[in-house]
Design a protein around this ligand. Structure first.
Ligand code: NI
Length: 254
């Protein structure tokens, strides 16, 4: 039985949890979960994440606009985010970033919204939670320009990119994808990653680790990722969990 598990990236506001959200969130502590950061993807889910953080002592939140949600934003979206971010349980601006896998057509708008939120995080002195899918070059260029505190979640870049990210002082988040058959690149990054830069996450309801791949994910499945990380690094899985939790608390100041 594992303990001291901190899920640094979850989406418990997702409709996949509509039928049993309260039961799920009420039971996670019994599975050894000590903390969860719920990430917003748009204004609505950011507000929902704020509400959940008020109901559960171990739940924190991040507010932000996901790159797939950059269209149809109200003009004052930054003001709304700024206000949400004043909440005592808001620990980051996220998730924000670039996604050229799903959306090639909104690249310029994605970059604009990403940078504006980076500036907001800087103004509020908050770390960021970055989503980068098939957009490594532009993501790195923007990060190098702003040098934020934060994490690249569900890291899918190369070892070379990871080195650049580490040079910036940022963290790297791993979740279920590390356990997938095609995870060769992620495993190479995990091998070279200094332990003090590792975060663990679910990105639930998505990305459930093997052997639960394809099912609904939740924070109680993080030990499968910690076990994989243990195999790669030679560390004991509980030690991996302890280190990642310590890192998460340090980065997000909780
Ligand atoms: Ni996410």
């Amino acid at each position: 039985m594992y303990k001291n598990i901190f899920d640094s990236h979850a989406h418990y506001t997702d409709k996949a949890f509509n039928d049993d959200r309260r039961n799920m969130l009420g039971s996670l502590k019994e599975s050894g979960i000590c903390g969860v950061i719920n990430c917003g993807a748009d204004l609505e889910s950011s507000k929902e994440a704020l509400k959940l953080s008020e109901e559960y002592d171990y739940i924190y939140f991040a507010c932000g606009i996901h790159p797939e949600e950059v269209e149809k934003l109200p003009e004052n979206y930054l003001d709304i985010l700024r206000e949400l971010a004043q909440h005592e349980k808001c620990v980051a601006i996220g998730e924000i970033g670039l996604d050229y896998y799903w959306r090639q057509d909104t690249k310029e708008k994605q970059k604009e919204v990403f940078e504006k939120q980076l500036l907001l995080a800087e103004e509020l002195n908050l770390p960021i939670i970055v989503h980068d899918r098939e957009a490594h070059g532009d993501t790195l260029e923007i990060l190098k320009k702003h040098k934020p505190q934060g994490v690249l979640h569900c890291f899918s870049g190369s070892v070379e990119m990871a080195k650049e990210v580490l040079k910036l002082g940022m963290y790297i988040g791993f979740g279920g994808a590390l356990t997938f058959k095609n995870a060769r690149k992620a495993i190479e990054v995990a091998e070279m990653l200094p332990p003090n830069r590792l975060l663990l996450e679910t990105d639930c309801p998505y990305m459930a680790p093997v052997p639960m791949r394809g099912k609904r994910n939740d924070s109680s499945l993080i030990p499968f990722v910690a076990e994989k990380m243990g195999e790669i690094t030679g560390l004991n899985p509980q030690e991996v969990l302890n280190i990642a939790t310590e890192n998460t608390k340090r980065l997000f100041n909780v």
